[in-house]
Design a binder for this molecule. Sequence first.
Ligand code: HEC
Ligand code: HEC
Ligand code: HEC
Ligand code: HEC
Ligand code: HEC
Ligand code: HEC
Ligand code: HEC
Ligand code: HEC
Ligand code: HEC
Ligand code: HEC
Ligand code: HEC
Ligand code: HEC
Length: 295
Amino acid sequence: MVTGETGKRLWQMALPVSVSALCLFGLLCCKGATTTHYDGEGATAKPTAKKVSAPVAMEEETGLLSNRDCVKCHSQVTSVIAAKGESHKTEVTCQDCHDGHPPEIKEVIPKCSQCHSGASHYELKGCLTCHSNPHTPLSISLADNLTAPCLTCHEEQKPQLVEFVSAHSDLDCTNCHQEKHGMVPSCLDCHDEGHSPEMVQADCSNCHQAHKPLAVGYNDDLASKQCASCHTVAFDLLMASTTKHHDVSCATCHKKEHKMVPKCQDCHGEPHPASITAKFPTCGSCHNIAHDLNK
Ligand code: HEC
Ligand code: HEC
Ligand code: HEC
Ligand code: HEC
Ligand code: HEC
Ligand code: HEC
Ligand code: HEC
Ligand code: HEC
Ligand code: HEC
Ligand code: HEC
Ligand code: HEC
Ligand code: HEC
């Protein structure tokens, strides 16, 4: 959000300037009238000629600088903004930010708070530590020990890390999301391997979420092979079984949460007469275990 006097006043100053008039004053080469290179005029810059507005013309006559002059001496800054200025190219002009020029005016570097206020993100200290160049505001470089500043926009992740305590809870956000904003790390950047040689990065998210890695959960359609990396006995028994449980996957029985153990009745209800069940309350006394049913 943009606030403050400066913005308003300078928007008025950015009234369209006649290109041919500027050529008259020798301030701009006439070639500029047909090209569309960036001239520091922000979104209002148009190559088409318009009527000269009196206040601007007077300004030129008194020899004051206009936005179109900056490029003559600061061509590098101007081309950087033209290429990557984002909203600082399209929504503001050089002089919206630089009000005056040395040597007459000494303080010509604006504070970000002149225009950005009213959100917790704008209360942070040291805007330029991340937005390293105000002329390319979305070129953001991140130190590797940041957490609090991220929370000014991302509200969900920190509560997860706190509620589901794990070794990840001790890490800063940018330990994992390094350097470039929006970067998402691979688990295998830090963990040498999965739980079996075949396991690849894409498998990790079948069971883990980075912000609560110990709360292992999965969908019903998870391949049993994935559980087999740690539970070889269960897997081998089930694969060897010639009963209909052979075709039922681990995740179909052990639903959603790791270490959940189902009851036979969850799926089979009460298949036998109550008299039998009363006498033999444990299904396993006749059927053995689920992974290895008696045939
Ligand atoms: C005629 C050449 C010339 C033009 C035109 C010009 N500048 Fe400068 N500018 C300079 C020079 C030389 C310096 C270095 C002055 C100094 O450090 O005292 C400078 C310094 C600056 C600085 C740095 C001040 C600081 O405190 O470090 C800013 C910002 C700046 N100019 C902005 C602008 C803007 C915006 C425009 C257009 C409105 C503009 N300049 C037009 C020559 C120019
Ligand atoms: C959104 C505000 C903003 C806009 C728009 C802007 N600047 Fe700047 N400019 C700054 C700030 C802030 C600094 C101080 C950077 C620092 O301290 O590292 C700066 C620094 C400068 C400097 C001195 C340092 C350097 O990079 O050479 C010059 C020259 C300059 N600006 C020229 C321009 C010109 C020319 C334009 C228009 C084409 C422009 N600026 C547009 C905010 C702005
Ligand atoms: C003269 C007013 C002005 C100043 C000073 C200013 N900005 Fe901006 N900035 C704007 C406007 C206008 C926008 C576009 C609307 C918005 O996103 O709020 C903008 C947008 C941005 C954006 C988003 C860019 C995009 O294209 O999405 C960033 C980041 C930003 N400013 C950072 C800064 C930082 C950091 C400073 C201080 C070095 C600063 N601004 C100083 C006016 C200003
Ligand atoms: C810790 C790094 C960091 C600091 C410090 C920081 N920013 Fe940002 N800023 C970001 C990131 C990351 C984004 C998101 C950019 C995106 O959406 O691609 C952002 C986005 C913005 C935007 C875009 C509009 C929005 O709010 O979403 C503006 C404006 C902005 N910052 C201004 C500032 C100002 C002003 C300061 C200082 C008071 C500041 N930032 C300090 C990292 C930082
Ligand atoms: C000014 C607001 C702002 C700040 C500050 C900010 N972000 Fe973001 N971030 C966004 C926006 C907007 C997006 C893109 C939309 C989305 O996916 O939520 C985003 C996207 C992301 C993504 C990618 C999400 C995906 O699905 O690919 C990650 C990761 C991320 N941010 C991490 C961070 C970290 C770490 C920090 C602290 C250094 C941070 N952000 C600071 C606004 C911000
Ligand atoms: C251990 C490394 C690690 C830490 C620490 C970490 N993240 Fe993430 N983050 C990831 C990974 C990996 C993903 C991709 C999704 C997944 O695997 O769960 C992700 C996804 C995200 C996303 C995309 C949306 C989402 O929630 O999936 C955002 C935004 C995000 N993280 C922000 C943060 C913030 C903010 C912090 C600090 C409070 C943080 N992360 C801490 C690794 C981490
Ligand atoms: C930036 C490095 C980093 C990334 C990326 C990362 N981790 Fe970790 N992780 C660690 C560290 C450090 C530990 C604690 C030491 C250890 O166990 O190796 C840890 C521990 C764990 C633990 C055990 C937690 C505990 O408290 O015992 C699990 C589970 C885990 N990570 C899963 C993942 C998964 C899944 C991903 C990807 C979504 C991932 N990690 C991404 C650094 C990382
Ligand atoms: C089929 C589910 C599943 C998949 C897929 C999976 N994990 Fe795990 N992971 C677990 C379970 C279950 C634990 C043990 C949790 C416990 O001890 O309570 C675990 C534990 C961990 C641990 C803690 C240390 C250890 O080895 O016991 C790390 C680190 C880890 N996983 C990383 C990964 C990575 C990296 C991937 C992807 C390559 C991955 N996991 C894929 C289920 C899975
Ligand atoms: C990283 C290794 C690992 C992976 C992968 C893994 N587990 Fe486990 N699992 C364990 C450990 C460790 C235990 C605890 C063993 C103990 O307490 O003796 C366990 C225990 C269990 C238990 C027993 C709970 C109890 O009360 O006895 C079940 C059921 C289970 N896992 C199912 C699964 C299923 C289903 C999968 C696949 C989605 C899976 N596991 C993937 C490591 C893993
Ligand atoms: C998650 C659901 C689920 C659970 C829990 C479960 N079963 Fe089954 N069971 C099945 C399915 C599905 C079949 C195959 C049904 C069909 O195809 O008609 C089956 C078949 C059977 C059969 C017939 C086998 C055959 O080859 O004809 C027996 C006996 C059986 N289950 C016993 C048990 C016992 C005992 C338990 C507990 C130790 C148990 N089941 C737990 C889903 C389950
Ligand atoms: C048809 C449902 C069913 C299927 C399929 C199934 N389980 Fe089980 N599992 C059970 C039941 C029920 C128990 C409790 C013991 C019993 O009564 O058989 C159990 C017990 C366990 C246990 C703890 C006791 C032990 O044997 O170590 C683990 C670990 C386990 N299952 C892992 C797995 C894995 C891994 C798979 C896939 C390879 C799997 N289960 C497939 C139903 C199933
Ligand atoms: C006293 C021994 C005994 C007990 C206890 C027992 N069953 Fe059975 N069950 C049998 C016999 C015998 C059959 C019939 C086998 C056949 O018809 O091929 C059978 C068949 C089944 C079938 C297959 C039905 C079909 O239509 O194919 C299921 C499912 C089953 N039992 C589940 C259970 C469950 C669940 C329990 C525990 C609540 C249980 N049984 C307890 C002996 C028992």
